[in-house]
Design a protein around this ligand. Structure first.
Ligand SMILES: Cc1cc2nc3c(=O)[nH]c(=O)nc-3n(C[C@H](O)[C@H](O)[C@H](O)COP(=O)(O)O)c2cc1C
Length: 399
């Protein structure tokens, strides 16, 4: 069949294009809730830009005909070292986390499922057997453990405990107003935004019925008990004293299985995570959603990986937009990376297929980097492959 050059191609060839399509498709407030970030967005931008400061030193002869990308994270085999970072706001697509979990399974990788997910953990583990349940510290120790046990019963293979969140941080470009209930008042307010995005509106109509759910967090209550509203849960979280290292150690011991501490930026904190017996850390600043001015995670990674890389699995998240970014993180000591906005934009642009598309772009870009560097495995990547500016790295919290 002849190719029709005018046919609309659902495939996108870069994450930038996925983002452009997401922006085009989503109502303004939904799109801006994905961009997120805090204050002036300095960290948000640095997370992405810092990757561009790193250059490559490619070989041009002797490329390997086949390149090996498999790895493992917290006991799960991954077909390549990219996994789904937990994100809470997936009102981008009616299937939300289930579509993302399917895409990750189709590409042989794992998924972090947010405490604030809009679908039940049982629905998500039914389509992907490599799910790590993410914990925010809200409610009592017993509440937290009960949620973890529910996730375990559903088949979750590990916990990701996210530690880096500060409340009350505005955005200079404004925060979207998100309705708690999709009632008439909300529809009247959001109507003009949604009216100009008819494809998005149609996604939420199935069998002639509007299927917009109220925003709830179904994984915070026992299975079958309706979850609190998103804002109710957020309020409880704000009212819960943040965890201490003793709390984290307690949860790690109670859980007894693979355990990641997400949000590490300092060397002393990386060492504390080792001391409490965590399996993994993610060097993360919550995608620029913690204190603005925290350096890009890729700047922090080299010294943290040097300090604890033999004692704990070191992952990185923040600013990954290309497969070559994945290669750079691996070259600087990460075992694997987690992606956030990149897959949310893919989900917004084209549902499950859009997330698969993003994962494919990551794989292809990583493969291209390995080829250009003459490596046959992700394990061959090292700082030697990179041109690193003198003032690139940051490290603090020396002990
Ligand atoms: C819209 C949005 C929602 C997020 N929700 C959560 C969450 O519920 N739990 C969590 O641990 N991290 C959450 N994160 C942080 C991501 O897991 C991840 O650290 C970050 O997105 C990585 O940066 P990147 O988006 O540049 O890839 C969220 C990030 C975004 C952008």
């Amino acid at each position: 069949m002849a190719l029709n050059p005018w046919a609309k191609n659902p495939w996108f060839e870069t994450v930038t294009e996925a983002q452009r399509r997401a922006k085009k498709r989503l109502p303004k407030s939904v799109y801006s809730s994905l961009v997120a970030g805090t204050q002036a967005g300095v960290t948000l931008d640095d997370n992405v830009q810092a990757f561009n400061e790193l250059g490559w030193a490619p070989h041009v002869v002797g490329a390997q005909p086949e390149r090996e990308m498999t790895t493992s994270v917290m006991g799960q085999e991954l077909s390549f070292p990219v996994m789904i970072s937990p994100t809470g706001v997936q009102a981008v697509d009616p299937d939300g986390e289930v579509a993302v979990a399917r895409a990750a399974a189709a590409r042989g990788t794992a998924m972090g499922l947010s405490s604030f997910a809009s679908h039940a953990v049982e629905e998500v583990t039914a389509v992907n057997d490599k799910v790590f349940f993410q914990i925010y510290w809200l409610g009592s120790r017993e509440d937290i453990l009960r949620r973890a046990e529910r996730a375990r019963a559903a088949g979750a293979k590990g916990l990701i405990v996210t530690t880096d969140w500060v409340f009350n941080v505005g955005r200079d470009w404004g925060s979207p107003e998100i309705p708690e209930k999709v009632n008439l008042k909300a529809l009247v307010r959001l109507g003009p935004e949604i009216a100009v995005k008819p494809r998005y509106a149609l996604d939420w109509v199935r069998g002639g019925k509007v299927i917009i759910p109220d925003l709830t967090a179904p994984n915070l209550t026992p299975q079958g008990v309706p979850g609190p509203t998103f804002f109710g849960a957020y309020g409880e979280w704000m009212g819960t004293p943040p965890p201490t290292w003793e709390d984290l150690q307690w949860l790690r011991e109670q859980w007894g299985g693979p355990f990641m501490v997400k949000g590490i930026t300092r060397l002393d904190d990386a060492k504390r995570a080792v001391d409490i017996g965590a399996t993994a850390i993610s060097v993360s600043n919550h995608g620029g959603n913690n204190l603005d001015g925290t350096p890009a995670t890729i700047r922090l990674l080299p010294d943290i990986a040097d300090a604890v890389g033999n004692d704990i699995e070191v992952l990185l998240d923040g600013g990954i937009r290309r497969g070559s970014d994945v290669a750079k993180a691996l070259a600087l000591g990460a075992r694997a990376v987690m992606i956030g906005r990149a897959y949310l934009w893919g989900l917004a642009a084209n549902g499950q297929a859009g997330v698969e598309n993003v994962l494919d772009l990551m794989r292809m870009g990583l493969d291209g980097a390995l080829m250009g560097l003459g490596h046959k495995s992700v394990n061959d990547l090292s700082a030697d492959d990179l041109i690193i500016p003198d003032d690139f790295k940051r490290s603090f919290g020396h002990v």
